[in-house]
Design a protein around this ligand. Sequence first.
Ligand SMILES: *Cc1c(COP(=O)(O)O)cnc(C)c1O
Length: 385
Amino acid sequence: MPERTRKDRPATLAVHAGVKPDPRTGAVMTPIYASSTFAQTSPGVHTGYEYARTGNPTRAAFEAAVAELEGGVAGFAFASGLAAQATLLELLDQGSRITAVDDLYGGSWRLFERVRKRSAGHIVTYADPTNLDAFEAAIGPKTNMIWVESPTNPSLKVADLAAIAAIGKARGILTVADSTFASPMIQRPLELGFDIVLHSATKYLNGHSDVTGGAVAGSRALLQRVDLMRRYLGGVMDPQAAYDLARGLKTLTVRVACHNRSAEVVARFLDNDPRVVRVFYPGLASHPDHDVARAQMTGFGGMVTFEVADGLAGASRVFDRLGVIRRATSLGCVNSLASLPVLTSHYNYSDDDLARAGVTAGMLRVSVGLEDEADLIADLDQALG
Ligand SMILES: *Cc1c(COP(=O)(O)O)cnc(C)c1O
């Protein structure tokens, strides 16, 4: 199992974690080991690598880096964020109960509602994580797992992670934090008491819109169980993706700093524009969770959601005019991306579920990229018409 070995600061870890010069050649960057199997000297005697579904040196380097960046003991990489989530759910027995945030990422919601409800009989209760009393009330005596996203998608609610972790600890419930929207440069849920942190590595960890992957980190005992489930299910990350991701991590510090800075500028521009009905950005003092975000995060992130008048027609008009900002789903990468949550992440929510999650048809979600802020603002200005 990849081990956490260093105690450096996050920016140093981002560059060095998980990588040691290759023992054979001195290569400073871990090479891509494409081999699917590893030679044994006698039956069962090997270097620690045996078969690539179980372990691969390139993947191990990325896994160790994620573990160190998140302050965990172990890390695991998966073929996608959803493969990671599906594997984590295998920690539960059939008929388990999960309490989850109400504006859950659409793919997670579909995994719960369209798959595991039917195939595993899990019952998922949704609650607003920013209302701790309501969230705690949604946890019953039989709840086995608490599933939190923060910031949430798309309304960027910020949950008090330490408070929710404490609720889980007090009741002996496994806690999972999907920290995809933040990245370990902004918050580290394990240090706030969560058992497991989860990422769609497709987003900020990779950062370049060209790799699909998932990653989790946590304590050794827990992740040994995750490792076993991953061996059985097989949703592992391939070595090329692991290499690309390890490379992406090395620029995470500077990318996230730039995303944070530009998103704040974009949010302020939209907030001051009378053509915009409402802006959701935890860095604005008007955001209901601004104080929690300030206490818990070292930056407010690169995601900005805003609402325009005239529902889907109004949002579509703005969307259709965007130029520099790419009209595409996903987030956390070098290029700015815009999407309409009701048509993308939340496409099969019912009207009731949308209302409960606070997702409206007039919302546009922007992942602010690394372009010049002035060009992004000019693009939004012309698109607002
Ligand atoms: C994208 C995303 C996922 C799913 O990850 P994939 O890599 O697309 O499978 C899960 N959670 C959040 C918050 C996401 O944004």
